[in-house]
Every structure is written in structure tokens, then in C-alpha cells.
Design a protein around this ligand. Structure first.
Ligand code: NAP
Length: 288
């Protein structure tokens, strides 16, 4: 029997969401209902499913969740008008545009049209800048979820060698910034490897904590991992409804601790979305 410790995201998410619900209740007592608005363009089934999950979660936490569904042939101006309406509505504290948008639309332009303080995905350029500068602001959800997961399981990060495979804007790059910040749950020696480093295994093999953020199924094999290391699988590719993780299942035999192939980082990402939303609501109330 393997002695590898599993690090599921579910309990981490539950603990974050319990805190969010308590904070939502405090606002409700002050007659403010926290509100997370969503915008969906088109009829992609998976995207509609993600919106439903977020709305269900919102209801459980005591949030309002106003929603705008634009047709697949909506123009960039239509999308920006929907964003502007939520930007200007003081009762809406958080906003997200479900990714991806149809190919004729520019998602980055839509992101930039959002009020950065309502950007619960933490992906607005201003929020990326705040992250780089260590200023308060909504954090990108998947990187923040990974920091929370490591902290929840008392995995020491400070002073340890963290190697991240992938430098993408949603995961690898912001995670490198986050885990190198001066904070007890971060403070690591972080190395980022990618296609520009063909011998990347040389780096992953010495990692105390290895984080896969490539989106290449099975790219992390046992020979890439130091025996006993902590392995976090962030990267996944979807083939239809099948989820194909970066970390091969055989890695479990060498890792000391590992996120499960399903129910690892994913649940923490959603929890961080609501943590960003409740923080935005609290800030708005404090500023009013
Ligand atoms: N679990 C979740 O909740 C969640 C949430 C968000 C994202 N994700 C997943 O996280 C992954 C990363 O997302 P992203 O948007 O940051 O990705 P991205 O922009 O596609 O970046 C992928 C990175 O992986 C590197 N890479 C790809 N193939 C490689 C190879 N063969 N060898 C070495 N490096 C390689 C790329 O290197 P180059 O830069 O050199 O091209 C790039 O830096 C995706 O799989 C995404 O689905 C998961």
C-alpha cells in the first residue's frame, strides 16, 4: 500500500467557503447582500455549466448572482455595455466574464473594460500589477488556491525549493510571484521552467514542491520527481468531458504528497473566486 499523502482540494475549499459565508452574514446584518455578477456569451454547454455551479454556490453563501446571457453573435460593444452596466451598479461587488468567449470577441479587451476592483478572477492587468508590487487586490484564483492548499495541509513552503512547470498568465507566472512573496505561507525559492528550458527535468528533480502548470497530459512522470517531494497538479487538458492531468498517475509512487487527479486544485479555484468577491464587497461597504 502506498504511503503517499493525498491532498484533496475539497476540504480546503470548504474551509475557505465557511469563512466567506460568515463574512457574507456580517454584511447581510448591515443590510448589504454581497453580489457576484456573471456574463456568458454564447451557448457553450461547459461554460453554461460552470456558470450554474457558481450561481448555486453563490446562493449557498448568501450572495446575489445577477447574470447576463448574451447571444453567440453579440458584438464587442454589446459585451462592453454589459460590463459597464455591472461596473456602474453599486449593488454589484464582483464580476466575471466566463472564459472562453466566441472567437470573434477579444477577451483581453473585455477584461480591461472591467472595474479592476470587481475583477474576481484577479486577471485584470492592474491586479496583475498589484500582485507584482505586493499591493492588496483580488488575486488570480488558481495560484491563490494552490497557496491556500499548501497552507491548509501545513506543507512548509518558506525557504524551500519550488519548481513550476509552465509560465502561463493564469497559472505559472502569477503563482511564481505569489510563492516568492515575503509571507509565511510563501517565501520560497521559486524556479519557473518552460519550453525554453529543454532540460527542465534537471530542475524539477530537485524540487521540494513541484507544481505542474503546463496543460500537457502526463508530462510529469516519476523520473521527473525527487522521491518524497510534494506534487501539485494544476495543469489539465479537457478532451470533451475527460480531464487529462499533467501529472501521470504513476507519480503517486514516488511523491511524498500529491493532489488527487480529480478534486485537487479545481475546488480551491472556485473558493478563491468567492473569497475575492466577499473581499470586494467588504471594501465597497467600507468605502461607502
Ligand atoms: N485546475 C484549475 O482550476 C485550473 C485553472 C486555470 C488553469 N488551469 C490549467 O493550468 C494550465 C496552465 O494554464 P495557463 O493558462 O497558465 O497555460 P498556458 O498559457 O497554456 O501556459 C502553459 C505553459 O506550459 C509550458 N509548456 C507547455 N508544454 C511544455 C513542454 N512540453 N515542456 C515545457 N513546458 C511546456 C508553456 O511553455 P512556453 O511558455 O514556453 O510555451 C507555457 O509556459 C492549463 O492546463 C490550464 O487548463 C487549471
Amino acid at each position: 500500500m502506498s504511503s503517499t499523502r493525498l491532498l484533496p482540494g475539497g476540504p480546503v475549499a470548504e474551509s475557505v467557503l465557511n469563512d466567506v459565508a460568515a463574512r457574507a452574514a456580517v454584511l447581510t446584518e448591515k443590510s448589504v447582500t454581497p453580489s457576484l455578477a456573471t456574463i456568458l456569451v454564447g451557448d457553450d454547454d461547459a461554460s453554461a455549466g460552470y456558470i450554474r455551479i457558481k450561481q448555486r454556490q453563490a446562493a449557498e453563501l448568501g450572495f446575489d448572482s445577477p447574470h447576463t446571457h448574451l447571444p453567440a453573435d453579440a458584438t464587442q460593444a454589446d459585451l462592453h455595455a454589459a460590463i459597464a452596466a455591472y461596473n456602474d451598479d453599486p449593488a454589484v461587488h464582483g464580476l466575471l466574464v466566463q472564459y472562453p468567449v466566441p472567437g470573434h470577441l477579444d477577451y483581453d479587451a473585455a477584461l480591461q473594460a472591467m472595474d479592476p476592483d470587481k475583477d474576481v478572477d484577479g486577471m485584470h492587468p492592474l491586479n496583475m500589477g498589484r500582485l507584482a508590487l505586493g499591493m492588496p487586490g483580488p488575486l488570480p484564483c488558481t495560484p491563490a488556491g494552490i497557496e491556500a492548499l499548501l497552507a491548509y495541509y501545513d506543507i512548509p513552503v518558506s525557504g524551500r525549493e519550488v519548481v513550476i512547470l509552465g509560465r502561463g498568465a493564469t497559472l505559472g507566472r502569477p503563482l511564481a510571484v505569489l510563492l516568492s512573496q515575503k509571507r509565511p505561507t510563501a517565501n520560497a525559492a521559486v524556479t519557473v521552467v518552460h519550453t525554453g528550458v529543454p532540460d527542465w527535468a534537471r530542475y524539477t528533480q530537485r524540487a521540494d514542491i513541484l507544481i505542474a502548470a503546463a496543460g500537457v497530459p502526463g508530462i510529469i512522470q516519476p523520473e521527473h520527481v525527487k522521491p518524497g517531494a510534494v506534487v501539485v497538479g494544476g495543469g489539465v487538458r479537457y478532451e470533451g468531458r475527460r480531464l487529462l492531468p499533467d501529472v501521470d498517475e504513476s507519480v503517486e509512487s514516488v511523491a511524498g504528497a500529491i493532489t488527487p487527479r480529480v478534486g485537487g486544485v479545481g475546488p480551491t479555484t472556485v473558493a478563491m473566486l468567492f473569497r475575492n468577491a466577499i473581499t470586494a464587497a467588504e471594501r465597497a461597504v467600507a468605502a461607502a
